[in-house]
Ligand binder design. Structure first.
Ligand code: KG4
Ligand code: ZN
Length: 398
């Protein structure tokens, strides 16, 4: 089936169209179209994501992104469409808070044939509610116009399923990316680390989750972003800290700073990153002579502390759950050092565990992951209607 997926939970406006085949045990995905607009440059000025601005940017970009994705998928065929009045009014009501989006929506869809897709998957949470609503209303409007079913996707399920997907090597004559999910051994333990979430979740059967541990305060990505701001690095801080830390590692010098590993030795699988962040604040306050060149050592010690805690808690959860597969997903899984330490640990101490870390472009927010999770939902007939679907900014997996 062809799924058109929409992601607007944070600062990426993304739409992807995938051909999805197979079943839970062995699924294959061909990316037909994939368009993404990152708002990073816009939010940089504010040092973080500004929800009202994110919403406005999504509204501005959804139609051009849709057009780009359809075009790439060769599903864009010009034709004048007469929209029945009843449908027109229903859609106009749904999009009424976004007059510019409404106008762009009718201008675009009035000039193209309904594309040959089977369903529309959309992120319905967790995330920034104003941002989620724009994407969800847009999806509802398309579903009504084209008469397609909706699939409500949990953003974190998207990160998890995407991390399970491996890239399949295709013969050189095809330039489309193909991903496969097959032979997954249960139970799966997922470490989901993003800007808003840090959690350990166990999946013993497909799409059934048990929460094993979670952050009690800040998310790992949030800590990266906040510490980066203290070090006067641009938003988003994760990649910046990672870059600086790698520089420090190359020097082979021992870090002159020591930061705590919060909750590493307590008996739970929970995390806490707020104290670590505050320790960096105090370190900077108490050492006013810290120079530009010292920042990389602070970045490295911070990254080491986060990696140690993530690793310690995850191995505790592996022992507790007897998981056969470890999945690491979410934006922070793009971190070079974290990938390295987990790969080494699993190779050396858990050789029977299969490690799946999101491949590069699927680690941070994108719409491909929403299509992947959408397909797993569709396999269970988990469809929604424009009247039943809604947003939940705090939606959880378990
Ligand atoms: O999953 P994601 O793209 O969006 C959310 O769902 O939140 O994650 C974004 C987070 C940001 O906090 C960003 O700083 C962090 O992922 N991040 C990284 C790296 N790349 C992105 N953190 C550490 N190292 C990276 N290379
Ligand atoms: Zn995310």
């Amino acid at each position: 089936m062809k799924i058109l997926a929409i992601e607007t939970s944070c600062d990426e406006t993304a739409i992807a169209i995938l051909e999805c085949e197979g079943d839970e045990k062995s699924a294959r995905f061909t990316v037909l179209g994939n368009a993404l607009f990152s708002q990073i440059e816009i939010h940089k000025e504010y040092g973080g994501v500004f929800p009202a601005l994110a919403k406005r940017e999504h509204a501005k970009n959804l139609v051009p992104i849709l057009e780009a994705a359809l075009e790439e998928a060769e599903l864009l065929h010009e034709d004048t469409q007469a929209i029945p009045e009843e449908k027109h009014d229903r859609i106009a009501t749904i999009l009424s808070r976004e007059p510019d989006l409404t106008e762009a929506f009718f201008d675009f869809t009035g000039e193209c044939e309904p594309p040959l897709i089977d369903a529309i998957a959309v992120t319905a949470g967790p995330g920034l509610e104003p941002a989620l609503w724009v994407g969800l209303n847009f999806a509802k409007a398309l579903a009504i116009l084209w008469g397609k079913p909706l699939i409500s996707v949990n953003h974190m399920e998207g990160h998890l399923i995407a991390a399970l997907a491996g890239r399949k090597h295709m013969p050189p004559q095809t330039d489309r990316s193909v991903f496969e999910i097959s032979g997954v051994k249960m139970p799966v333990l997922a470490l989901l680390i993003s800007g808003g979430h840090t959690e350990l979740v166990c999946m013993r059967e497909w799409l059934t989750y048990e929460l094993i541990g979670q952050t009690r305060d800040d998310a790992a990505g949030e800590a990266f972003d906040k510490v980066a701001r203290m070090l006067e690095l641009p938003y988003p801080g994760g990649p910046e800290i990672s870059r600086l830390s790698e520089e420090a590692r190359e020097t082979q010098e021992k870090s002159p700073y020591t930061l705590p590993r919060p909750m590493l030795h307590d008996a739970t699988c929970d995390f806490s990153f707020a104290g670590l962040k505050t320790s960096v604040l105090y370190l900077l306050r108490d050492n006013p002579s810290i120079r530009e060149g010292d920042k990389k050592h602070i970045a490295r010690e911070f990254e080491d502390a986060v990696a140690d805690v993530l690793l310690g808690k995850t191995t505790r959860a592996l022992d507790m759950t007897g998981a056969q597969t470890l999945v690491i997903g979410g934006g922070v899984s793009a971190n070079t050092h974290i990938r390295r330490v987990f790969t080494k640990k699993i190779e050396n101490e858990y050789p029977y565990v299969t490690l799946c870390i999101s491949i590069g472009p699927l680690a941070t927010d994108n719409a491909i992951m929403i299509a992947l999770a959408g397909f797993y939902r569709a396999l269970r007939d988990d469809f929604s209607t424009p009247d039943s679907i809604t947003v939940n900014g705090n939606r959880s997996l378990a």
